[in-house]
Design a protein. Sequence first.
Length: 328
Amino acid sequence: MVEKRAPWVCTASLALLLIVLVGGCPRDEATSPEETRTVPHQGRYGIYALDPVTEEVELVVSSSGNYAFLRLSNAGDRFLFSRKIDGDADEDEEICTIGTDGNGLWRLTDNDWWDLYPCWSPDDSRIAFLSFRDSDLDVYVMDADGGNVALLYDSGSHDADIDWGGDRIAFTTGSRIWTVNDDGTDPTQITDPPRAGEWGNANLPFGDYDPRFSPDASRIAFERLVDDTSPHGNYDIYVIDSSGTDETRLTETGFSQGLASWSHQGDRMVYSVAAIGTEGRYDIYMMDSDGAHNRNITPDYFPDGFLCHSPQFSLDDSRIFFVGEWWE
């Protein structure tokens, strides 16, 4: 596949969250079959569905506002995300859902706090999210309709990067991966990376970020800042047992990459590559869950300025949903 290039665009919204990983590029003008293909385009942002076999892409829904931290429900029928509403301040970011058919937009939070990074419970009846309601970001939960909001866990410092698997919620604090019961009890440290919390020249401290449970909640994928020679950070993707044992490194590229999402069969992952060195790459990658067959699956016909991020598998694993941003 022809490698793609684009100017680096930093879209970070939180110091202790990994930058929103995105990707895009110019392409070889000689690929005549691709010239007949176009990417549907309405508003600046869209939720798209990509068939990685045929490379056909469909626009599910479009908007002038962003879809941040996109997550598909476990039933496969709704998307969960945060977006800024009625302003551009952090406090304007709220939690929303919409159907996978592009209909039924629901705003779940409406307040003066910074609400972001939502994720579904395994049965889709509840939602965990981050909120800045006191002195730092903490983990909150609410019903799927936005009711019964409650503080679940406060580590005493910023908590970030949450995911829900089985009866545990994974999160980042102190540049390490932790888990906690879904009633807020039994916080447990899972990873202990070298130089955790030490600031270098990258956008985040050395450490581990963005845990994602496997479908059976037995394993956790995450990315680790392994080097700071790039200002965007040099990350590799790892997996570890949910008990904190058997840590395995899946990539050794050191790209600015992460936010890995498992297939529902547990045999593959998709993730975002934001940059390679100082060069912006706004691409979607796929690999087997053991790190084999790692490749760029972003179609060559995707145009310059079309940035792809937050990839994840559809319920039947046949398509990849992602957020597309038209950078113009």
